[in-house]
Ligand binder design. Structure first.
Ligand SMILES: NC(=O)c1ccc[n+]([C@@H]2O[C@H](COP(=O)([O-])OP(=O)(O)OC[C@H]3O[C@@H](n4cnc5c(N)ncnc54)[C@H](OP(=O)(O)O)[C@@H]3O)[C@@H](O)[C@H]2O)c1
Length: 315
């Protein structure tokens, strides 16, 4: 079988997709791929100016693209709630791509809600956003949530540090990032399983882009890796467009069922066409996934009981 590529994306006409961080890197090329396939796309990000520029770039390739900006700061539950209140009023949402993230914040910083910034932005914000949007997602005939994780999910820490989830003691930027991406992957699997248990037809899967040349490494607020790692990424890495293919496959391939995980298939998963990849062992621990979910509900105030009518995310 030939390698999966953007031409394999099924027609997305009539589907509405939200891409967090859709103004840059993987998110921008995910938005472009979805728009090219006919989806209506909401670029959910914190800077309107950057979103406007991203929309301009997508329209330069796809003049008929239907895109718009909605303000979202994942480091603020206030902003997440406001987004849910505005966008949750839509008749339906078909696809949510939890893509936005920060990486390697050098010293321990807190979000508006007092969460450690990498955990708060990369995991707790998307957790609250997804649960808040579920009622609208479930109005779609084929709802899907694709969460972007990372090879880092299985590096550095390789577990959720329940005893000090937010790095109050001895913050280290690298394991803190790894934990946040492991939490993303665990969430993607847990959401799929909780839905399946009660017969809700929601697909929740995950993807990672390998080593892609984006702003995450070059101009973010994170500490740049050392020169050796930067050179290695130049050599083995791929373009942002290449990295986005895993995300596009997870978010559109009809065979990308709940719990599936996609990543580049070459050079140890750093580049190449997207293919199903194994879920690393730490994310397969059902007890840890459930414990993380319950803690996240408590921390964010977002709740989902699939057997009950949806509770508005307002507290
Ligand atoms: N690049 C890689 O090699 C690599 C490898 C593994 C995993 N990933 C994952 O791929 C995803 C996309 O990253 P990328 O590489 O494309 O990096 P990027 O170019 O820096 O994009 C990150 C996006 O997240 C947005 N963002 C950051 N903080 C936010 C917040 N508080 N609220 C809303 N949006 C926020 C950024 O917005 P601003 O432009 O306003 O900052 C930007 O749009 C991330 O989940 C990352 O962990 C990337």
């Amino acid at each position: 079988m030939s390698a999966w590529n953007e031409r394999d994306i099924p027609l997305q006409t009539g589907r509405l997709a939200i891409v967090t961080g859709g103004n840059s890197g993987i998110g921008l090329f995910t938005a472009l791929g979805l728009a090219r396939a006919g989806a209506e796309v909401i670029i959910a990000t914190r800077s309107e100016a950057k979103a406007v520029e991203a929309i301009r770039q997508v329209r330069a390739s796809v003049p008929s693209a239907s895109l718009r900006f909605e303000a979202l700061d994942l480091a603020s539950l206030r902003s997440v709630r406001a987004f849910v209140q505005r966008v949750g009023r839509l008749p339906k949402i078909d696809l949510l791509v939890n893509n936005a993230a920060v990486m390697y914040i050098p010293t321990r910083e807190l979000t508006e809600d007092g969460f450690e910034r990498q955990f708060g932005t990369n995991y707790l914000g998307p957790f609250a956003l997804t649960l808040g949007l579920l009622p609208t997602l479930l109005r779609s005939p084929h709802p899907r949530v694709t969460t972007v994780s990372s090879g880092a999910a299985n590096m550095g820490l390789k577990r959720i540090k329940f005893e000090d989830l937010e790095w109050d003691r001895g913050y280290r930027h690298y394991p803190a990032y790894c934990q946040s991406k492991l939490a993303d992957l665990m969430f993607a699997i847990e959401l799929g399983q909780r839905s399946a248990r009660v017969g809700i037809p929601l697909t929740s899967n995950a993807a990672h882009p390998g080593a892609a040349r984006t702003n995450l490494l070059s101009s973010g607020r994170g500490r740049p890796p050392n020169l050796g790692v930067r050179i290695l990424i130049r050599i083995i890495g791929q373009s942002a467009a290449g990295g986005a293919l895993s995300v596009l496959r997870a978010s559109t391939d009809p065979s990308a069922t709940s719990g599936s995980y996609f990543g580049p298939s070459r050079l140890g998963g750093s580049r190449g066409p997207p293919a199903p990849v194994g879920v690393p062992a730490p994310a397969l621990d059902a007890g840890a996934r459930s414990r993380l979910w319950e803690i996240s509900e408590r921390l964010t105030g977002a709740h989902w009981d699939p057997t009950q009518p949806p509770v508005p995310f307002e507290n």
